[in-house]
Design a protein around this ligand. Structure first.
Ligand SMILES: *Cc1c(COP(=O)(O)O)cnc(C)c1O
Length: 225
């Protein structure tokens, strides 16, 4: 089973960030990797903008949100004030919100179907995209089926979209390691070397298996309200 995040977190944003960065450094060192090759994305969904500001002030610059509207409410001012801030869309994207999404987000982690490829291809500027794979074959989850990945990648590349990697979310109730290993293997097979996987409960396992981007919410912000 995935290990749960610690029940009690350090009390200040800076201390929580330090703790997560230390765990990333330790996991990377154990895997013979450089911590610089792992990008921490602070997933701030459902947490107020003030908490994002506090973490930004502690030095964190990459943030993730799962809904376009919530990000549009929280981030424009912050992004204007902090040009180096990177915003990552980690939740499902409806085709009719694609234009709004590319205006706001610097990276999309949830490209998962042909209709979204077509919607994005019509836009002028598309940020780097990860193709999300439904790695546990769960009907309720986003992500393209493993079998459909080669076709979707071909369509995205044909349309000129900047596909940089794969993203996955393993089934919540299962040991994540085999799903992380499969995600990395699929990435290698398709020459995609950025791998977005690992959350608060399992990011160290993900780093051991090749994650280049970990998406951490609870361990940085506490439980979501
Ligand atoms: C919410 C979310 C996360 C962060 O989850 P935590 O368990 O709070 O770290 C990561 N990835 C995605 C896609 C999410 O929706």
């Amino acid at each position: 089973m995935p290990t749960a995040p610690p029940a009690t977190l350090p009390t200040t944003p800076a201390a929580r960030l330090r703790a997560v960065l230390d765990r990333i450094a330790t996991a990377a060192a154990r895997a013979g990797r450089s911590a610089d090759d792992v990008t921490l994305i602070a997933v701030s969904k459902r947490h107020p903008a003030a908490e994002v500001v506090a973490l930004r002030d502690a030095g964190q610059l990459q943030f993730g949100e799962n809904r376009v509207q919530e990000a549009a409410d929280k981030f424009p001012e912050l992004k204007a004030a902090t040009p180096a801030l990177g915003l990552h869309l980690v939740g499902q994207l409806q085709s009719n919100k694609a234009a709004d999404a590319v205006r706001l987000f610097d990276t999309i982690h949830s490209l998962d179907r042909a209709s979204l490829v077509r919607a994005l291809a019509k836009l002028e500027r598309v940020p780097p995209c990860f193709v999300q794979v439904n790695i546990g074959d769960e009907p309720q989850k986003g992500g393209c089926a493993i079998d459909a990945l080669p076709d979707l990648l071909a369509q995205a590349r044909e349309a000129g979209l900047p596909v940089v990697g794969l993203m996955s979310v393993p089934p919540a109730e299962l040991e994540p390691a085999p799903f992380f290993a499969l995600t990395a293997e699929l990435g290698a097979r398709h020459d995609l070397h950025q791998i977005s996987m690992g959350m608060s409960g399992d990011f160290e396992v993900a780093i051991a298996l090749g994650a280049t981007h970990v998406r951490v919410g609870t361990a940085l912000f506490g439980d979501r309200p």
